[in-house]
Design a protein around this ligand. Structure first.
Ligand code: GDP
Length: 195
């Protein structure tokens, strides 16, 4: 997809700040350092729109990026960062739970997992949670360039098995350095936005 227009509309700390224009939303989740900002920047063809984190876990806001004035990418704070306090962790859980439960404009979630490793406990919990809410999920296995091409199929099956991926959900191997998988992600996003 060609992205002509990107606007960070709000970094929200509370639901009352969420946009009210009713445009559809795709949320992006993943643990800190998984490569979420790099993926967003690659997909929207901007160098530094989403901040790549030297201090992972710091952003505890929901960032609403309006794309082509047609839909939002909602960047959810990275989870599983050890230095985040228990109180902040609880605040984060509460925020994301409320968002997933109540946001009627949410059309799907892109859930990021590092292709090289087994999903962490937090990764598994997040995916189960999304399944529980019945929201369509695309799992993006990040840093695909760090695994040799010959191992991609094996990694894909392993991750699907570990997550017990729903038949209606999908998995794409992505690399923000090579752009691998970018077209498939956009296909999924387009398919989940209203006509
Ligand atoms: P975030 O915390 O999830 O937003 O992660 P970042 O996008 O900031 O990435 C974390 C680190 O992983 C950075 O050092 C990135 O350069 C690196 N990284 C992200 N995506 C890729 C990728 O596809 N390939 C490689 N080799 N490195 C990546």
């Amino acid at each position: 997809m060609q992205i002509q227009d990107v606007e960070l509309v709000i970094s929200a700390v509370a639901p009352m700040q969420y946009p009210t224009d009713g445009l559809p939303e795709i949320a992006l989740t993943g643990r800190s350092n998984v490569g979420k900002s790099s993926m967003i920047n690659k997909l929207i063809q901007r160098k530094k729109m989403a901040r790549t984190s030297s201090t992972p876990g710091k952003t505890q806001t929901l960032n609403f990026y309006k794309l082509n004035e047609a839909f939002y990418f909602v960047d959810v704070p990275g989870y599983g960062y050890a230095k985040v306090s228990k109180t902040d962790r609880e605040k984060f859980s509460q925020m994301i739970e409320t968002y997933l439960q109540e946001r009627t404009t949410l059309r799907g979630v892109i859930s990021l997992i590092d292709v090289r490793h087994e999903p962490t406990k937090d990764d598994l919990a997040m995916y189960d949670y999304l399944k529980f809410f019945g929201v369509p999920v695309l799992v993006v296995a990040t840093k695909g360039d760090k695994v040799p091409r010959g191992k991609w199929n094996q990694r894909e099956s392993k991750l699907k098995k570990a997550l017990q991926l729903n038949q209606t959900d999908d998995l794409v191997i992505f690399s923000s350095t090579s752009g691998l998988g970018g077209d498939q992600i956009w296909e999924w996003v387009t398919a989940h936005l209203p006509e």
